[in-house]
Ligand binder design. Structure first.
Ligand SMILES: Nc1ncnc2c1ncn2[C@@H]1O[C@H](COP(=O)(O)OP(=O)(O)OP(=O)(O)O)[C@@H](O)[C@H]1O
Length: 241
């Protein structure tokens, strides 16, 4: 007779202060078209982030920083482990929740700034950046006012605001992306090389935005290839490889 194997139920963190707690993450990729070779990338990675903290992911190329970041946003399915997120006053374990709950967590709690902006042809930059706020029920005028303020701070030329970002430069797209994420007061922000295409002046504005958000209690995890950014805004480092 087959014996039924039950996995242990995940137990919510007892650390009442933390906003994000990843526990014992394991992740490997199986290359189905290449002889099903198995690539173990994450093995027993854990991280706790408290309000107002920024943790940098550091390590050589290929050591798993982006994989970990994508796992934290539930873009990658992990093999095992828990990713606890403090959402609306309670804990949710991202790998265990339903798709509709994940959408809600991403709308209200967990922001993500990737290196690249997903552009939709014909939608003006100001609307692209105002979308997350409007999904939260903020009216278009108020959402666009907040976005315009961020565009100004990030020195995005005003003549571009009503244009689709399709033709924008890398640094201009990145500033639209930053405004999109920073217009919402997410309690947790994941930053995946958000400054890779920014010039020094805009990198400085970005660091100010991070410092303001940290002062408000936001918990952040970031990959920063720029040493100056990492040293100025990060409190701790999680080392890979
Ligand atoms: N979708 C995927 N399918 C198969 N293998 C992958 C996939 N994504 C990443 N890998 C592999 O996982 C390993 C870790 O990659 P990852 O992108 O997480 O590293 P990284 O530390 O972020 O690197 P870099 O600093 O170069 O961006 C690499 O060996 C990579 O080839």
């Amino acid at each position: 007779m087959d014996t039924l194997k039950l996995s242990p139920l995940p137990i919510a963190p007892t650390n009442t202060q933390a906003l994000l707690q990843a526990e014992h993450l394991y992740k490997s990729f199986v290359l189905h078209h290449q002889g099903s070779v198995k690539l173990p990338v994450l093995a027993d990675v854990s991280l706790t982030v408290n309000p107002g903290e920024c943790v940098a992911l550091q390590g050589p190329s290929g050591s798993g920083k982006s994989t970990f970041m994508r796992a934290l946003y539930a873009n990658y399915r992990i093999d095992s482990g828990s990713i606890w997120v403090k959402h609306q006053g309670g804990w949710v374990d991202l790998p265990q929740i339903e798709a509709h709950q994940l959408i809600e967590v991403r709308q209200q709690t967990l922001g993500y700034v990737s290196q690249f902006l997903r552009v939709i042809p014909r939608v003006p930059a100001v609307e692209v950046a105002a979308e997350p706020l409007m999904e939260l029920g903020v009216d278009a005028d108020a959402a666009q006012t907040k976005v315009r303020d961020l565009f100004s701070r990030l020195n995005l030329p005003e003549r571009l605001w009503a244009l689709s970002p399709t033709t924008f430069s890398g640094g201009e797209k990145q500033r639209v992306n930053i405004a999109r994420a920073f217009s919402v007061d997410y309690p947790i922000l994941l930053l995946d090389e958000p400054t890779s295409a920014l010039d020094a002046a805009n990198r400085d504005v970005f660091m100010q935005l991070i410092e303001e958000r940290k002062a408000q209690g936001c918990a952040m995890v970031g990959i920063f290839h720029d040493d100056e950014v990492r040293e100025r805004v990060c409190d701790r480092v999680l080392t890979f490889g």
